[in-house]
Design a protein around this ligand. Structure first.
Ligand SMILES: Nc1ncnc2c1ncn2[C@@H]1O[C@H](COP(=O)(O)OP(=O)(O)O)[C@@H](O)[C@H]1O
Ligand SMILES: [Mg+2]
Length: 272
């Protein structure tokens, strides 16, 4: 495979035990709860900490990570699958040196992708792993195979919910499907748009209790992100909020999420 730009072998440092990036998928069940905001900003924070980071937008056909990063991808996973572009050609440079791969926007064929098409994307993600430290897969909402396939190849999965009742129910839905599919890696819960730490704690208790009782699965606490106008303000500026508003409350909490996840990374950051 031709290597993605900026990720050649010369840049590869001590990449831990197996020399492969740690893969995180970000999923939710319900849409609009903050998966993309968290994916893009976590990636930016990891990159700022010295980890070569790539975001794969797996909201196939309705990708929007690039919007939050102010990018206009000319080629996407759709071009890769149609053999109009190599993998290296669909990797684009974003803010803070984060790389992005778009899943195409307004492309119905991508939304309706069959198992072999999805497998080719999973293989492509695996082939990126020797060339970076962190891969963040921003998934679509829902519990379809086009979400759970991406979860199945991840080392860690972040389930995002708000304290909205439907969002909590759908978060439980995705946890249930993933666990019943045999996923045995860590699942971490991130609670977004909370107005108080207690609100987040209540949601975690509920989901942890149900996962234990009905699925015999131990759900990890990752952390919370408060309701903060700077998140939407940054979208308007087409920048990750942690870049546009580095001193915002959202950024402060985002950094805590990154620190909680950093312990799972197997590579050593460039700056250390
Ligand atoms: N913590 C937050 N505070 C305020 N607005 C938020 C927050 N998180 C997300 N949003 C807003 O909610 C909307 C949906 O977020 P997004 O990340 O696109 O969700 P998803 O990817 O799950 O569909 C966006 O308009 C975003 O700006
Ligand atoms: Mg999204």
């Amino acid at each position: 495979m031709q290597e993605p730009r900026g990720m050649d072998q010369n840049e590869i440092r001590d990449t831990g035990k197996d020399g492969l990036a740690t893969v995180f998928s970000v999923c939710s069940g319900k849409g609009g709860v903050g998966k993309t905001s968290i994916s893009v900003n976590l990636a930016t924070e990891f990159s700022r900490r010295g980890y070569r980071t790539i975001v794969v937008d797996a909201d196939l056909g309705l990708s929007n990570t690039h919007i939050l990063a102010g990018l206009r991808p000319e080629k996407t996973l759709s071009d890769y699958l149609e053999k109009r572009a190599s993998l290296a050609e669909i990797v684009i440079d974003g803010p803070a040196d984060v790389k992005f791969i778009s899943g195409g926007s307004g492309v119905r064929e991508m939304a309706d992708l069959d198992a072999s098409g999805r497998q080719r994307i999973l293989d492509a993600i695996q082939s990126l792993r020797p060339h970076c430290d962190v891969v963040i897969i921003d998934t679509a909402a829902g519990i379809s195979r086009s979400v759970t396939d991406f979860v199945s190849i991840s080392d860690h999965t972040i389930v995002v919910t708000t304290s909205n009742f439907a969002a909590i129910a759908d978060a439980y839905g995705i946890i249930k499907v993933v666990v019943q599919d045999g996923y045995d890696k860590p699942l971490h819960l991130a609670i977004n748009r909370v107005r108080s730490p207690e609100e987040g704690e209540q949601v975690y208790k509920k989901l942890k209790g149900c996962s234990e009782r009905f699925l015999s699965f131990d759900l990890n606490w990752l952390g919370l992100l408060p309701e903060d106008n700077s998140v939407e303000g940054a979208v308007l500026k087409r920048q990750p909020f942690c870049e546009a508003f580095p001193t915002s409350v959202a950024t402060r909490y985002l950094k805590k999420l990154a620190t909680a996840l950093e312990r799972y990374l197997t590579s050593v950051p460039l700056t250390s």
